[in-house]
Ligand binder design. Structure first.
Ligand SMILES: [Zn+2]
Length: 262
């Protein structure tokens, strides 16, 4: 006797609803992490072909240690975060898709304690947690073009152009709302990692001073980020919620490392 087995077809609808922030914040992200990391690696290739990574193991190590403290307390753990200092006087920092974070030597020279560095790195980690890069690229170029990154050499010209443009998106910031969000996450993560979250406000105070007479090294950040006075008031509000103003700044540790920068 023949038994006809009707195998039910299981339609598995994969909904990419993932954590993109603190307190259970979730968003629908269709670009898988693996594709985001591949895209990030392409962007990194472009950046490191024009920028020089600072040749000082002690400084790089120090920045990695602080960055990893932030990564440990953040809300996204499916990527491996890396932190590198670029040998450039520019005053800026940025996050590539997939967790590749860079800070310019010029910004490090302007800061005066570890809590400030932690705050800047935490802001960048915030962009990665919120997946601002893939959200923005997907909005501009469409899902299928971004997904082509997974094809490697078989990518279309449109996908290649998107990768070129992605570097510009990364360097020019992710827009006002996303910057505020990264500030908010950054304040929380810096505090969770044991740093006084007022380090973030101290950095904005420096930006505010520089806004008056913008040198060339500050123009990119100025163009791409909200005014410092607004970031200060939003940041102070956030600090009232998260607390931690009794936490240390670690000044001497930072000053010792800063003295290695020329
Ligand atoms: Zn930012």
């Amino acid at each position: 006797m023949k038994i006809l087995l009707v195998v039910p077809i299981l339609l598995v609808l994969v909904i990419g609803c993932v954590t993109t922030g603190p307190g259970g914040t979730r968003s629908l992200i269709l670009i898988p992490t693996q594709t985001e990391v591949e895209l990030g690696k392409e962007v990194v290739k472009e950046i490191e072909s024009t920028e020089t990574v600072l040749n000082n193991a002690q400084v790089q190590n120090y920045v990695s240690i602080i960055g990893n403290k932030i990564a440990k307390v953040c809300d996204r753990k499916d990527v491996k975060y890396t932190f590198k200092v670029l040998d450039n006087e520019e005053i800026n920092a940025f996050a590539c898709p997939g967790g590749f974070i860079y800070i310019y030597k010029g910004l490090m020279k302007k800061m005066d304690n570890e809590a400030q560095l932690a705050a800047v790195l935490a802001h960048e980690v915030g962009h990665v947690v919120a997946r601002h890069s893939v959200k923005r690229l997907q909005a501009i170029y469409g899902y299928s073009i971004v997904m082509e990154v997974a094809l490697g050499d078989k990518m279309s010209n449109a996908a290649r152009q998107m990768i070129d443009a992605a570097t510009g998106v990364v360097l020019l910031g992710y827009g006002r709302e996303n910057e505020y969000q990264a500030d908010e996450y950054g304040i929380l993560y810096a505090k969770k990692a044991g740093y006084n979250p007022r380090g973030m406000i101290q950095v904005f105070e420096k930006f505010k001073q520089m806004e008056g007479q913008p040198p060339n090294t500050f123009q990119k950040l100025l163009m791409s980020h909200p005014p410092a006075s607004d970031r200060i008031s939003n940041g102070n509000r956030e600090i009232q919620t998260v607390g931690g103003t009794g936490l240390p700044y670690y000044e001497s540790e930072y000053v010792a490392i800063r003295s290695l920068l020329q």
